[in-house]
Design a protein around this ligand. Structure first.
Ligand code: DGI
Ligand code: FE
Ligand code: FE
Length: 194
């Protein structure tokens, strides 16, 4: 893996100031959650720092990278710019930062949508992205509180809130977003065993 100092430097120059500050916030919150829920702290730290590494590119650039990297895009991801930075970001993390750990790469790849059967690290990055100290939206404080007591419940609440927001904006919902919600809800309600 590329030296952490170097990664910091690249992100600082490639991202807008506020996005870089957000990345540091996600890193810090991810480390706190990893300690609390006994997840690998170093992985949480790296994934948190790098998760938005492709956020500085516009749609055309992201589509270019996707083609260059041989990423096969589904219809929804192709049309919704906000989904592209996650899949391209995971590939950039691998190729440019030489991060090889699949757990870290998947946490980056699924940080926007979530997915079915999210790993502990997936949930931590998804949630840290939502509740890091610079985030200021309605309901964030309740989510921060919930994140301290029940990671699964908090992740579910965050996914729910995201879906409501996507619907409000009349945008396409990715199937991974729906799978994340269903999967978390089944686990919370013990529906899987039935
Ligand atoms: O990159 P960030 O701004 O830190 O946050 P993010 O990567 O979690 O999410 C970016 C946006 O993507 C956010 O406004 C929610 C949105 N999003 C999440 N799932 C879906 C989605 N947008 C669409 N259209 N469809 C989804 O399934
Ligand atoms: Fe993101
Ligand atoms: Fe983010």
């Amino acid at each position: 893996m590329v030296d952490l100092e170097q990664i910091h430097g690249i992100l600082k120059e490639r991202l807008r100031e506020s996005r870089y500050v957000h990345s540091l916030g996600v890193q810090k919150t991810a480390v706190e959650l990893a300690k609390r829920y006994h997840a690998p702290v170093e992985k949480a730290s790296i994934a948190g720092l790098v998760h938005d590494c492709a956020k500085g590119y516009n749609k055309a650039e992201l589509l270019n990278y996707a083609a260059q990297f041989g990423i096969i895009l589904d219809n929804v991801t192709r049309k919704q710019e906000e989904l592209l930075h996650a899949v391209v970001g995971a590939e950039l993390a691998k190729r440019e930062f030489q991060i090889e750990d699949e757990e870290i790469l998947n946490a980056i790849r699924f940080h926007t949508t979530g997915r079915a059967n999210m790993t502990l690290l997936d949930k931590i990055i998804y949630l840290a992205d939502y509740i890091e100290p610079n985030r200021k939206f309605q309901g964030v404080e309740a989510l921060r509180q919930q994140a301290l007591s029940d990671l699964d419940k908090a992740t579910f609440m965050a996914v729910n809130q995201t879906i409501a927001y996507i619907i409000f904006q009349n945008k396409l919902i990715h199937h991974d977003t729906i799978s994340a919600r269903n999967s978390l809800l089944m686990d919370l309600e013990g529906l899987r065993q039935e």
